[in-house]
Every structure is written in C-alpha cells, then in structure tokens.
Write a protein that binds this ligand. Structure first.
Ligand SMILES: [Fe+2]
Ligand SMILES: [Fe+2]
Length: 275
C-alpha cells in the first residue's frame, strides 16, 4: 500500500459546484477555485508528505497544532451571528427584522455539528484532541512552542475579519471556509487513514475512533450542508439589507483565504524537512 489519493481537492470541489443552480456565487467559485489549482496541488503534497512516513512526535506536533489553527472556527461564526442579531434587534421593519434574524440563524447553524449538537454534545474540538492523542499518546502538541506564526495569523485573520470587516466579507469567509474544508477533509481522510494504519498500527474500531474527527466531516457531508446554510444566510442578508454579494468580493475572499492558508501550510511543512 502506498500513499495514493485518487481524487484531487479540485475534483471534490467540482462535484459541489455542479450541484449548484446558476448564480453569481457558482460562477465566482468555479472560476476562482480553478485558478488556484497550483495552490491546491501544493496543499495536497503537504498532506501526503506529513502522512508518508513516521516523523518524531515533536515534528508531528507542529502539524497538529497548526492544522487546528486553520479549523474549528466556532467563535468567529458566533461573532458573525451576534452582529446579524444586533442588526435584527435594531430593525423596525418586521419583514427586514425577520430576514436579519434568519440570516443569523442560518449562519449559526454552521457550528451545530462542531458544538456536538445532535451528536451527544461531543464537540469537534474533543474529536480533534482524540485524533491527535491516538498518534502522539500525549497532548504536548497544544503547547505554544509548537505554534506556527503563519497558522496563527490565518486564524487571527478569520476571527478579526468575521468580527470587524463588512458583513458581506464576513459571510464570504464562512462560505469559502466551508467549501474549502469539504475538499480538504475528503483529501486528508485518505492520507491520515494511510498513516494511522501503517505507522500507528491502528485498525478496525481503534482506527475508526482515531480518525473520527476527519470522518464526521466526510460521512455526513457536514461541510456541504454548512456551505449551503451560508448561501441561505447570504440570501436572507441580501433580502434584509438590499446589498448584493458581488463576484468581485467572492473572488477577493477566495484568493486571500487560499493564499493565507497556503502560507500557513508551507510554514508548517518546513518542520518536516525538505521535500
Ligand atoms: Fe467540524
Ligand atoms: Fe463547517
């Protein structure tokens, strides 16, 4: 068995694009994501590199710390919903008020699974801890000595943008994040399944438990549902505010998101030696 991943991230993304009805969002995502093909190839190569041999625990700790920083964005999602709630509370027009509050409700529904709502209150944060523990047998990866500056910068950009940038910009970040994550989890599931079986002797139920963090996103197509929920949130926000999310804005957010996450991955990858 060698580390071969059958489907590229872009191929997984294309399935989602194909199921969307014609719209500005579909057009912007299709064009801009395919223009980032080389970035996705680099990210895929990093996942394969991290999972292709057994590295010292300290090296893998840099990946586990940094990868977590690029995910688990419950706090910024909550912040954006609070902003939409405030617009709804302050709105005098009943129809507009309802649209703002529904925009908030759709947006906040993108954190339900991450919280463990409907899943016995087992959060994705806890599943991530279990995923890391299955390989390292300790929690050392959480220490700040394993931080990667660029991964923290990505996390900070997401948080600050979703709380401080315009609401359309913040909604676009959530949308792009869910869309991107769907493809990244589909890809990384294959690479981590390989490494957990081969280097950490995890099989059967033990393997299922260990890789559950990634698998829950694949098995239930969680991120596709979240992506569609953000599209509903955008629709409600547009109805309430009269603003339109433009193709230019979506393109700008995709480019920034992918460029920053690639910088984060490349910095983490340096800890794993030369390619
Ligand atoms: Fe999640
Ligand atoms: Fe999500």
């Amino acid at each position: 068995m060698s580390l071969l991943v059958k489907r590229s991230m872009l191929e997984t993304m294309q399935d989602v694009i194909d199921m969307l009805p014609p719209s500005v969002v579909k057009e912007a995502i299709a064009t801009t994501m395919s223009s980032k093909k080389e970035s996705f190839a680099k990210i895929e190569a990093i996942f394969r590199k991290v999972c292709s041999k057994k590295y010292p625990n300290k090296t893998l700790s840099f990946f586990l710390n940094g990868w977590k920083a690029t995910h688990l964005k419950m706090l910024p999602i909550y912040g954006l919903s609070c902003r939409l709630n405030t617009l709804g509370f302050e709105c005098k027009n009943p129809a507009q008020k309802l649209d703002y509050l529904e925009a908030s409700a759709f947006n906040s529904s993108t954190s339900h699974e991450d919280l463990g709502l409907g899943f016995d209150a087992i959060s994705h944060g806890r599943l991530y801890d279990e995923f890391a523990y299955a390989m390292l047998k300790n929690d050392e990866w959480k220490l700040s000595c394993y931080d990667t500056k660029e991964a923290n910068a990505f996390s900070e950009w997401v948080y600050r943008s979703m709380l401080l940038n315009t609401i359309p910009y913040a909604l676009c970040i959530n949308m792009v994040s869910e869309f991107y994550n769907h493809a990244e989890y589909a890809y990384s599931y294959q690479t981590f399944k390989y490494s957990m079986e081969k280097f950490y002797n995890l099989q059967g139920n033990a393997l299922e438990d260990a890789i559950r963090y990634i698998d829950v996103h694949n098995q239930y197509e969680t991120e596709i549902h979240h992506f569609l929920a953000v599209l509903n949130s955008i629709q409600k926000y547009e109805d309430a505010s009269g603003e339109k999310i433009t193709k230019e804005l979506i393109t700008e957010v995709i480019n920034t998101y992918i460029d920053l996450i690639l910088i984060a991955f490349e910095s983490i990858s340096k800890k794993f030696g030369k390619d």
